[in-house]
Write a protein of this length. Structure first.
Lengths: 356, 254
């Protein structure tokens, strides 16, 4: 907490005491360069700086209106140059106002005469202080931006972890589980051997799914193994209605990707594609690598007139979030449909070892 | 003619999965008083088979391609007792509970099956009607119908809601006008209105429900009333309250 409020309060604090060294500097200038008496110089230098420092806050707004990272240098310099000239004038008139205000005292009689000719010193000081303020504010803003960027990175990481967790939870689709159990229940009296096979398939599927959180990435061959088991289970349920095709390049098998990344897509293909077709259709999985990128396509038949089922899009969003979390702009999920074919293509960097 | 008369009960099994149909059939084998007259693999077949076989009891899967179990129920009317069979659907289950409709969860267990069958038999004996609006009740809150199912004889038509121009109340029926065709459906206009997205469909008149996207303009007609002109050229009367509803909706949209 203290860490957060510190940099916000600091600029104001610095400003509140800054008039002292500034006054000191102006005093020296008036005293030595301008050849004024110490008393005269002090009477002018410190009050001018005390009041003048407030005018310098204007620098904050001119800095804000022309942020250093988004403004052309020439334009920025011009803005501040004009502002600094006005600032110098302001200081100059401030000095004169002050002189008229104080010069009726005994000691200060004739201060105006003694000051005349030294006005430019105050003027130049005003210009210089303005430029110093500009520099100061740019540094403060840069710091603030850096801290904001850091906070954003933290937030993104947290979101990424959240997405991962949600993804893992979403994998165990209750509809799929209960339907599979119902199929097994039917097979126990029709074909006990197949019932047992189905139990093994389902157990394997569950084991792999539950273990998925252990690794950040797995080879595509493993992900493909899980998809194949899933499709085998669904084939028992849908019978001849579900046909599958595979077109996998050898290179693609070794590529790494987050575990269960493709599971929502393959579930989508069956639940929103094949399950809506009385005559069924084909689910096709293809993967290839080219130019350092990996392309995975899951394609399925679908009924364009079918109403969108509940929860539609959840799975797709999940895939997008996970891709974004791990690869940023380097990966994408593209959805397209043409006629009665639906296609989801994942593109991601083709990595065969974890980059550090 | 029913169980009381000693006649066998005629049952229909509807499920798109063969293994799921098998489970129900196998469980019914122990009951000699029940005869399975047909098995249907989708909703269209089910609607046809109900008209053809006039069954006493229906085992109906909820999630099926094209027509869901709820669509089938809507189309066959409220006379045939139905036992729903579903894998997992919390909204559907809630709707079943609320309407005291029998349902079985997959995987189907023997005990549950027997209990549901007993209740169905008593339903048949007392001729208790099925609730017609089950589909609406089973929809998640904030979700609206995407399409309307209409039966003409044994032919089933699906009208996507965005293709519906307007609906006109005609006694116990509504006439649904879509793509230049008129379809009659046994439903009240109020229950149709309840199932559709209220941001899109407005009751502009006691007898008219209109798709707001189809309205080109509303012009004054007579002293108090107005007319809505649709893109198709159709002219529909707009009542005072109907006009207020349209205005409120358009204001909401900004």
């Amino acid at each position: 907490m203290a860490n957060e409020s510190f940099p916000r309060k600091l600029p104001q604090l610095v400003f509140r005491i800054l008039w002292l060294p500034m006054g000191g500097l102006l005093f020296v200038l008036l005293n030595s360069t301008g050849g004024m008496r110490a008393l005269d110089a002090a009477v002018i230098a410190y009050p001018v700086c005390l009041f003048g420092q407030f005018t310098l806050i204007a620098a904050k707004y001119s800095c804000k209106s022309s942020p250093i990272e988004r403004t052309k240098t020439g334009q920025m310099v011009a803005t501040h140059a004009i502002a600094s000239l006005i600032m110098g004038l302001l200081w100059y008139s401030l000095a004169w106002t002050l002189i008229y205000a104080v010069s009726f005292g005994q000691q200060l009689q004739g201060l105006d005469q003694r000051f005349s000719g030294r006005g430019p010193i105050v003027y130049v000081s005003g210009v210089a202080f303005y430029w110093l303020s500009v520099a100061y504010y740019y540094v403060v803003f840069a710091r603030e931006n850096a801290m904001k960027a850091e906070a954003r990175v933290m937030e993104t990481t947290m979101l990424a972890r959240d997405a991962e967790l949600k993804a893992l939870k979403a994998q165990l689709n209750p509809h799929f589980l209960f339907n599979s159990l119902n199929s097994i229940s039917a097979l126990t009296s029709i074909d006990p051997g197949r019932a047992r096979d189905m139990c093994i398939l389902l157990a394997d599927f569950l084991r792999i799914t539950l273990r998925a959180g252990e690794h950040a990435v797995i080879p595509f061959s493993e992900e493909l193994g899980l998809m194949e088991r899933f499709l085998s289970i669904e084939k028992v349920r849908f019978g001849a209605r579900l046909k599958t095709e595979e077109d996998i390049e050898e290179d693609a098998r070794k590529c790494l990707l987050p575990p269960l990344l493709l599971q929502p897509l393959i579930e989508n293909a069956v639940a929103r594609g094949i399950a809506n077709l009385p005559e069924g259709g084909t689910v096709r999985v293809a993967a290839r690598c080219a130019n350092g990128r990996m392309f995975i396509t899951i394609e399925n038949s679908f009924d364009p007139d079918a109403p969108p089922r509940r929860g539609n899009g959840m799975g797709l969003r999940n895939v997008r979030e996970r891709l974004e979390a791990r690869y940023g702009k380097e990966a994408s999920l593209r959805i397209s449909s043409e006629g009665e074919r639906f296609e989801a293509t994942v593109t991601l960097p083709a990595e065969t070892e974890v980059p550090r | 003619m029913s169980a009381a008369g000693g006649k066998r009960l005629r049952a229909l099994i509807v499920d798109d999965e063969e293994l799921a149909r098998f489970v129900v059939r196998e469980m019914l084998e122990a009951h000699s008083e029940i005869e399975v007259v047909a098995e249907c693999v989708n909703g269209f077949e089910a609607v046809k088979a109900v008209a053809e076989h006039k069954p006493d009891l229906l085992f109906l899967d909820v999630q099926m391609p094209k027509l869901t179990g709820f669509d089938v129920l809507e189309l066959i009317g409220t006379d045939v007792p139905v036992i729903f069979v579903t894998a997992y659907d919390e909204h559907a289950m809630k709707a079943f509970e609320v309407h005291a409709v029998d349902y079985l969860l997959k995987p189907v267990g023997k005990e549950r099956f027997e209990a549901a069958l007993e209740r169905a038999k008593s339903r048949i004996a007392t001729r208790q009607p099925m609730p017609a609006e089950l589909g609406t009740a089973a929809r998640a809150p904030g979700q609206f119908a995407e399409r309307i199912v209409v039966k003409d004889g044994t032919r089933v038509t699906l009208i996507p809601c965005n293709k519906l121009d307007y609906a006109e109340s005609q006694d116990d029926y509504v006439a649904l006008v879509s793509e230049g065709k008129k379809h009659l459906k046994q439903q009240t206009i109020a229950s149709l209105e309840a199932s559709l997205d209220p941001a899109l469909f407005v009751r502009i008149h006691r007898s008219y429900l209109v798709n707001l996207e189809r309205v080109v303009r509303i012009e004054p007609y007579g002293k108090e009333s107005r007319m809505a002109i649709l893109a198709t050229g159709a002219r529909l009367p707009v009542s005072k309250t109907g006009y207020a509803r349209v205005k409120a909706l358009l204001d909401e949209r900004g």
